[in-house]
Design a protein around this ligand. Structure first.
Ligand code: MN
Length: 373
């Protein structure tokens, strides 16, 4: 019986009335569980936590979200224990890569404080990961105010703490990652083949187009365009040309990029590009150097577009816990109208490869991290 038939059977079982007419094997809870997606062994990559020391930074996002969401600051976000694991188990998520909820030290004005606090939260996360190494991984939190220190901290986190990459919450004091000052960072990230997840955050200014529309300031609109533009600065600025092994990850189904690849190429030819040149088309770099996650977008249409546009090796499952519902995200990928081959790639295989989950950089390979506890 293939997966789709299993799913169909499970649906019938859930319907109740038809259950008695089904073969006995289908009533087996293990079969039903497999049909419900547990077998996929999902890996999720945009899963956030919080520590009290960073609540003040987190409060910067309050204007973007409803007061309902704010309570996560002191409850669900801070839990790294049984409650979080239980939700993962319930929805067939074997492994999550944890990241501090933004913007973190990205908005810290004192560079020394930013560097110190980033190291401290990375040490905290490493200790949590060590408690559950088969279930948790980590993204480094980096003080981009000091690019050389950020490169060193990325290396420490990858080599010594066993992290899978880093998450950067947008701009740092108005500066974006394509600037020359970040060459030292990209050189190291490329050498480590460290995936750098660029997560939405606010720009330093508040563009007039959002005036009087608080609903557009944040997850509905501004975060996607802010983050997409950040990624395009890397593409058109030639960062991926200079560092072919640099790897960026974008959440939210690619922050609108997959839908626009053709136009990124076509208008590049006629835009006012000054002295900028690229050896390849913009979409070449987007497809080669950027991978995306499904965090916070549970749409078959968007997923199929992303798979077509980016390639099936570059799309990875994520939830965006606790800001999005794990149940919704899990059910979405379990039942999405895509091939079962693509489903397995999106659910776990691409993440295992791109984030080298279960393997420590510069160390001997450890046991696969996706083993059951
Ligand atoms: Mn997020």
């Amino acid at each position: 019986m293939n997966r789709r038939e299993l799913l169909k059977s499970a649906t019938l079982l859930a319907g109740g009335g038809a259950a008695a007419a089904l073969p006995i094997a289908l009533a087996d809870p293990a079969v039903a569980a497999a049909a419900a997606g547990a077998r996929l062994g999902k890996i999720a990559l945009e899963e956030h936590f919080m520590v009290p020391d960073f609540l003040e930074y987190f409060a910067e996002t309050y204007p973007n979200i409803s007061p309902e969401i704010r309570k996560f600051g002191t409850t669900v976000l801070e839990d790294l224990g049984d409650r979080r694991i239980a939700i993962m188990d319930e929805h067939g998520i074997d492994f999550v890569v944890l990241s501090l909820a933004g913007p973190g030290v990205q908005v810290e004005k004192d560079v020394a404080v930013a560097v110190k606090k980033a190291q401290a939260v990375n040490d905290f996360l490493a200790a949590e990961v060590q408690k559950r190494p088969s279930r948790y991984g980590g993204f480094a939190h980096l003080a981009m105010q000091n690019p050389a220190a950020a490169a060193d901290e990325l290396e420490r986190c990858m080599r010594d703490l066993g992290f899978q990459g880093a998450m950067i919450n947008g701009q740092t004091n108005g500066e974006y990652l394509d600037l020359d000052k970040y060459s030292v960072f990209w050189e190291r990230a490329a050498a480590l083949e460290a995936p750098i997840y660029i997560h939405p955050a606010n720009p330093v200014d508040h563009p007039a187009m959002y005036e009087g529309h608080s609903e557009l300031w944040g997850p509905v609109c501004s975060w996607a365009f802010e983050t997409a533009t950040h990624a395009l600065r890397l593409v058109y600025g030639g960062v991926f040309e200079r560092y072919p092994k640099a790897r960026v990850v974008l959440g939210h189904m690619g922050e609108t990029l997959p839908f626009s690849l053709w136009r990124f190429d076509s208008r590049w030819l006629v835009c006012n590009r000054g002295t900028r040149t690229l050896a390849e088309t913009p979409s070449f770099y987007i497809k080669r150097n950027i991978a995306i996650t499904t965090s916070g977008v549970c749409s078959d249409f968007s997923l199929r577009c992303a798979l077509e546009a980016m390639g099936s090796d570059s799309v990875m499952f994520s939830v965006d816990y606790p800001f999005e519902k794990t149940e919704l995200a899990a059910q979405f990928i379990d039942g999405a109208k895509i091939s079962d081959t693509d489903r397995v790639k999106v659910a776990s295989e691409n993440a295992k490869r791109i984030l080298r989950i279960g393997r420590r950089v510069g160390r001997l390979e450890s046991a696969p991290a996706t083993e059951k506890k």
